[in-house]
Every structure is written in C-alpha cells, then in structure tokens.
Write a protein that binds this ligand. Structure first.
Ligand code: NAG
Ligand code: NAG
Length: 357
C-alpha cells in the first residue's frame, strides 16, 4: 500500500489476516444463499433529509431490514444479536443519500476506533468485481494494478466514529497540513481485493488530483439528548452502555469526476450492487474479525428510481386527484363554450365592413 492511513491501517491488516485465515478454512469453497427479497430502492425525494445523523427526517422513507451476519462466516447462529440493520436510500436528482440504523448500546473509548462502532458501504464498480473478497482480483499487493485487476474494482466508504463528534459532518475533501486526507472519520477508498486497497487518488499508478473523497457523513446515537450540537470537549457524549440505536447517514453525488474506476457511478433508472458492513465492539472488548458483520453474503441490489414514481403517487385516486379531474372537466366545458362564443362572434364579424369598426 502506497498511502498509509493512520487509523485504517490496523483495520486493513486485521481484515487481510482474517480473510487469509478464512480462506484457509474454506479451502476455496464459498457458499452463500442470499435473500432474494433483499434489495433497496432510492426514490426521488428531494429536500427531505439533512446529513446530520438524525433519523426523524427519514421516518416516511421505506427501507429494508437486513440481518447482520459475520462477513467471513455468514452463519445464522452467529448473527448480530442486538437486531437487524435498517438500510434506507433516496436521491434528489443530484446526490444519493443513505441512512443505516442499527440497535447497539453506546460504547465509548476516546480515540480507540476498535472500541467504537464503525461502518462501511461497498459498491461494485467493475463488472467482474465480486462481493466475496472485495472485488476478487487474484493478484497480491505487490502485483495488483490497473491492468491485471481490471474489472475487479469496488468502491468503499469507511466511517470510523472513534474520533468523530456526533451530528457533525465528515468526509468531503478535508485535507490536513500534510496534504493527506483528514484521518478523522470518513474515507473514500477503492479495492481489487482485501490486500489491494487504496485511498481514492492514490495507488499503483500514482496520485491523481482528479480523485476525491466524494462522500459526506454523520452519526448519532438515540441516547444523546442535546439539540444544540456537541463539540469535542463534550466527549463522551452519553453514558457508556446506554441502550439505543446508532444512526449513520451518508450522501454522495450520483456521478463523480473519477477517471480511474475508483468510484461507483449511479444512474437514475438503473440498478447498482452494494453491501453494508458493521464493526461492533462486543461485551466490552474491542471489535475484531468476528464482529465484522455484513447485510448479505452477496451483493444487494439498489435501484435508483426515476422521479414521481413513489408508490404514494401511483394508481391512487384520492380526493386531490378527484378534485383535479372535476376542475379539468369544468375547464374543458368552459373552453368549449368560450370557443363557441368566439366562433359565432367571429362569423358575425366576418361580414362587418371595415369602416364601421
Ligand atoms: C501490472 O502488473 C504486471 C505484473 O503482474 C506487470 O507485468 C504490468 O506491467 C503491470 N502493469 C502496469 C500498468 O503497471
Ligand atoms: C502521492 O502523494 C503522497 C503525498 O501527497 C506522496 O508521499 C507520494 O510519494 C505520492 N506518490 C506518487 C506515486 O507520486
């Protein structure tokens, strides 16, 4: 990896080691029976959500509830016990928005990412990119490049809440003094497999200033009570162990200026493939591989739906549309009558000599 990321590196290493360990146990076999019903729709709902980590503005957006199972051993017995993860999405014609809701006690340890939950979104970019092994390119870190892993690209957004303030916005092109992406919180990455991951804009063919962190995100926990906003000195923001729900909210432009297959590109009216992962420190222990859950053992479909096709507006004959119909019938009758008047009047005018006008 050319571009070391201070916080993420331990995750990557642990992840790589576990995938290695798992692939030994699996002896090349990967069995997966995904739920055929599992898919989400991003409808056109402009102007209803704000990226603040709060979920009340999402209340009337439908989502899908996914059981969370260990990414490397998607066994029902090992499911995340506290509950399912609700995933919701919408778009406003320019940006796509996501809300992830998952039950979990407020766990806290300042600056220790492994003692705080963390989430990731992963999208298929290349047509050959598999969910399993994060793209599934067979090359190793020393050899994977844009040529021999072509078609295996996946786009990853990872949000680590260990050092981030609830309700505040992270991501975008935040850059620190060293010219690197801000190490707090939210990173935009791409990968060909678990060993070949890079921050967008870095990688085997060098840095590209065209590549950017296109994601923005915020988080919240239902046990927090402030309405005025937290700052860093308020940390911890709640009492440790308090029951509740975590909210993770994200947005990104449907299209980005990526030129290197590092970003998924979304189109209105089309379907994309994605997945969601959760790392959660269980029983007061820092999270590790077995606490890395995903919503499915394969890609989940996400439809970016055209405007004005939300189910509320389709096929419902409510009072408003009945009224609109009556109005249009009345308008038609009036215009026919006016037309008749004009025609009959113009007939009489036809024969009026000009000098009398
Ligand atoms: C990609 O890696 C292979 C070795 O696996 C090498 O032969 C090839 O030249 C590399 N391509 C680029 C564009 O670096
Ligand atoms: C990319 O940028 C980083 C820091 O901005 C620098 O350390 C690194 O050498 C650059 N890599 C290449 C291949 O130019």
């Amino acid at each position: 990896m050319l571009f070391h990321h201070r916080l993420l590196l331990p995750h990557l290493l642990i992840c790589c080691l576990l995938v290695l360990a798992a692939s030994h146990q699996e002896s090349g076999e990967w069995t997966c029976e995904p739920d055929d019903e599992a898919r989400i729709s991003a409808h056109f709902r402009p102007g209803i959500v704000t990226i603040d980590g709060r979920a009340n503005d999402w209340a009337d957006v439908d989502g899908f509830e996914f059981p969370l199972r260990p990414a490397l051993d998607p066994d029902e017995d090992k499911q995340y016990k506290a509950g399912k993860m609700a995933v919701k999405a919408l778009h406003d014609g320019t940006d796509v928005y996501f809300m992830l809701q998952v039950a979990g006690d407020y766990v806290y340890s300042k600056g220790d990412d492994h003692m705080c939950p963390s989430v990731a979104l992963m999208f298929q970019v290349g047509e050959s990119a598999t969910y399993h092994n994060m793209g599934g390119c067979k090359e190793s870190p020393g050899t994977c490049n844009y040529t021999n892993c072509r078609g295996h690209e996946v786009d990853i957004m990872h949000f680590s809440i260990g050092n981030s303030i609830p309700g505040r916005l992270y991501g975008g092109n935040s850059v620190n003094e060293e010219g690197k992406e801000d190490s707090v919180g939210l990173v935009d990455m791409f990968s060909w497999n678990p060993h070949c991951r890079n921050i967008d804009g870095s990688g085997p063919s060098g840095n590209s200033s065209a590549a950017q962190n296109d994601w923005r995100g915020a988080w919240w926990h239902s046990s927090f009570s402030t309405n005025t906003g937290y700052i860093e000195v308020d940390s911890p923001y709640g009492s440790s162990g308090q029951k509740g729900t975590y909210y993770f909210e994200f947005s990104r432009p449907l299209r980005t200026m990526d030129l290197l297959q590092q970003d998924a590109q979304f189109s209105i009216g089309q379907s994309s493939k994605f997945s969601v992962a959760l790392w959660y420190p269980g029983d007061g222990n820092p999270w590790h591989g077995s606490a890395h859950y995903t919503v499915s053992c394969d890609w989940v479909a996400m439809d970016v739906v055209r405007g004005y096709s939300t189910h509320k507006e389709v096929g419902s004959w409510d009072a408003a549309s009945a009224f609109a119909f009556v109005i249009s019938v009345v308008a038609l009758a009036v215009s026919v009558f006016v037309g008749y008047l004009l025609v009959s009047k113009s007939k009489s005018i036809d024969f009026t000599p000009i000098d009398r006008l």
